[in-house]
Design a protein around this ligand. Sequence first.
Ligand SMILES: Nc1ncnc2c1ncn2[C@@H]1O[C@H](COP(=O)(O)OP(=O)(O)OP(=O)(O)O)[C@@H](O)[C@H]1O
Length: 320
Amino acid sequence: MGKRFGGAAGPWALRHCDFAVPTGRICGVVGPNGAGKSTLLTLAAMLCAPSEGELRLFGSPLTPNGGGRGGGRGDGSGNGNDLRARIGYAAQDKPLYRSFTVADTLRMGRELNPSWNQAIAERVLRLAELKQGAKVGSLSGGQRSRLALALAVGKQPELLLLDEPMADLDPLVRHDLMGILLSDAADRGATVLISSHTLAELDAAVDHLLLVRSGRVRLAGGVDDLLDAHRLVSGPADLERPPGEAVEWRVTGRRATGLLHRPGPAPAPASWTQERPHLDDLLLAYLRGPAADAADTDTPGAAGADTADRPSPVTSEAAS
Ligand SMILES: Nc1ncnc2c1ncn2[C@@H]1O[C@H](COP(=O)(O)OP(=O)(O)OP(=O)(O)O)[C@@H](O)[C@H]1O
């Protein structure tokens, strides 16, 4: 799948994206500013259509006008509105009606969504101690975020798309809110895609990962599979590098350290150490390592001259 803005001559925001997120996963969407995370979530929310390739939601390919093919539900079918009814989306800029009160906004959620759960929406809001009569335009940024989240979660969607939902919340509220979101998703078997720049926040929450960089999906898969497929390696800089694909390799003085994808058996001599990385080790190495080919090039591998050390995209198939 790919997405370009500005017509056929416009730049690609996302390209050669090939991934699947299994039902019921909590999927972290990570990447630097401008990488394409919001574009990916907007596509999944059916607010725009791919410029090339195909996006499937609940197994249903979306038609160019943004709807699904066929009829029915849960079996690769459904029209666009049926599919939208199953998706909750909290956009990064939290669009809400400024002249509505908090109560008006919740009423809108209730009246537009047959599956509305008032109790969970109020649980999200109670964290903010929001007055029901307060106008949206008078709320702080963090309070608006919680109201937008209450709308998205109150809908009780099968697929919840959250674009940096916690960015302007204080740490205590982030923690409590994440607990509510995750336990609700687990209870209902819902799938969640959540983008964040706060790696520590994701570490405790996600069991699936999409790492986007320069408009390409660089890592996709289950967290455990991805961690199992990598090793943090450290040893004397003058020894030959152990086998494996170097995601990142750094020499500081006499020591070399790095992250290897698909490492060989424990490296000899014993002066090398290797260990399973933590999630933040993995993410930081992919964010710092050699850049992926930019989305705005025609073929994977076409950008830049030095491709020898560039890691290929790592997917769950590659990692398992
Ligand atoms: N509506 C649009 N029109 C033109 N270009 C766009 C549009 N939306 C996004 N882009 C471009 O697509 C690329 C990806 O943007 P996107 O917002 O998806 O990144 P992001 O990873 O969400 O960034 P951030 O972490 O800063 O929110 C950027 O180069 C951006 O300028």
